[in-house]
Design a protein around this ligand. Structure first.
Ligand SMILES: [Zn+2]
Length: 434
């Protein structure tokens, strides 16, 4: 484990001290909180404040029931805590549905942290922690260890999110003695912030993409590219959740109006600021999800049936397919390379959604990730969506071993899911066959 360097050891001491003294880690085991009940949560919403029903932790007491902002299930949400005092807990002699009903202040932020962690968790269970269509390599290992949200301010936030505070509004950390936590800065907490930090957990931690301790080790040691990968996947998760929420909340299409991403970033960017370095792939992902590039010249075919031109694009199809490609890319790519992540997103469309792939390829190409499908001419690996080039004259981009479906281009048996690449005599170019 690469723990050399003074910054890391300083951080270790500071955060362990803070964790014990300030962050009110819940001391009750989740085993005694094996029940949950529908409760009302007042939360900051996409616009304004709303009241929502979700499940909250519930347990029987001699006096009735007690409720907490926690969810004792797989991918659990451990009790929302902070530095304003003990977490708010409700009790009811009749075991009526609880209502966490603060409408302002730190309590509203804690309720918001819970509610949006719940929304993000529900999204991830349905769309991210799955085996996506076209995944050929067997079960995907995903951690089910829960995460704990903290709402903290001032010096406590600066300590918990060292060294990226004060520039950040939140961070995620995983220390061996306390498990995954997301720290959210009091006073500036928003739904987007909660979902972004949850994205570090859902797309990062759960898929094994965190560094040792989940501390921003790459940033501390100057590895901007690795931190850029972490930020890119957190934001891509946020885009999916908020896009899904938009259509769930408004129950319909808005004509794919918003393309919030600017068109300025283009990769690869010289690595100085990890957040800037993450922008091109984030923007390409966001534009593909919303179905058009900034200039609206490239339009993704998001119809439920790509061949049925009488129907409009379907945002739910867009969301599901982008989530499938994202999951495929998260499961396939180890080593925190956003260029490889971008390639895999395009590769998934090449193989599984060929009628949508060209527009996706163009959008990613416009952001600097111009990657070619299996069989296209190449001279070097990064030119290929698969990140694998057979550069012999007449060959081309090929799949990683075991990834190419029947009918796909191949040059060796190992590339094919079927194990057989049929190559005509005198040629390098083959087809995966059963
Ligand atoms: Zn982040």
């Amino acid at each position: 484990m690469p723990l050399d360097g003074g910054i890391m050891s300083i951080q270790l001491r500071r955060t362990v001290g803070a964790g014990a003294a300030l962050l009110f880690a819940s001391t009750l085991s989740t085993a005694s909180w094996a029940q949950w009940q529908a409760g009302r949560i007042t939360t900051k919403d996409v616009s304004g404040t709303t009241s929502q029903y979700v499940e909250v932790g519930s347990t029987r007491t001699p006096a009735g029931c007690e409720y907490r902002l926690q969810l004792p299930l797989a991918w659990g949400i451990n009790e929302v805590s902070g530095d304003r005092g003990p977490p708010r807990r409700l009790s009811s002699a009749s075991c009526a549905n609880p209502s966490f009903d603060f409408t302002s202040g730190r309590e509203l932020e804690e309720q918001t942290a819970y509610y949006w962690s719940f929304v993000a968790r529900s999204y991830a269970i349905a769309n991210l922690w799955i085996t996506p269509p076209g995944w050929p390599l067997g079960p995907i290992a995903v951690s089910k260890t829960g995460v704990q949200p903290n709402v903290i301010g001032g010096g406590n936030f600066a300590t918990a999110c060292f060294p990226i505070a004060p520039n950040a509004d939140g961070c995620m950390r995983v220390w061996p003695h306390e498990g995954p936590k997301i720290h959210l800065e009091a006073g500036v907490l928003t739904p987007e912030l909660v979902v972004h930090e949850y994205g570090h957990y859902a797309a990062g931690f759960a898929y094994g993409h965190m560094d040792a301790f989940g501390f921003s080790l790459p940033a501390a040691t100057g590895d901007c590219m690795k931190l850029a990968f972490q930020e890119a996947i957190a934001d891509m998760f946020k885009f999916l959740v908020m896009h899904d929420r938009r259509y769930a909340a408004y129950a319909g299409s808005d004509g794919f109006g918003p393309v919030a991403a600017s068109h300025s970033a283009r990769g690869p960017i010289a690595c100085g600021d990890a957040y800037v370095t993450a922008l091109p792939v984030q923007q390409a992902f966001q534009q593909a999800l919303w179905g058009t590039d900034y200039s609206r010249k490239i339009v993704v075919n998001w119809r439920a049936n790509p061949l049925d031109t009488t129907k409009p694009n379907d945002p739910h199809i867009a969301n599901r397919k982008m989530a499938n490609a994202f999951t495929y890319a998260l499961a396939l790519n180890r080593g925190h390379r956003i260029d490889q992540l971008a390639g895999s997103l395009v590769e998934w469309f090449d193989v599984n959604e060929p009628r949508r792939a060209d527009a996706i390829r163009k959008i990613f190409g416009a952001h600097g990730y111009l990657v070619q499908p299996y069989g296209a001419a190449c001279t070097a690996h990064p030119q290929c969506a698969s990140f694998r080039c057979d550069n012999r004259p007449g060959a081309g981009c090929v799949a990683q071993d075991g990834m190419c479906p029947a009918g796909g281009f191949c040059t060796t048996h190992q590339q094919c899911r079927t194990g057989t690449c049929k190559v005509a005599a005198g040629s390098l170019r083959g087809v995966c066959t059963n």
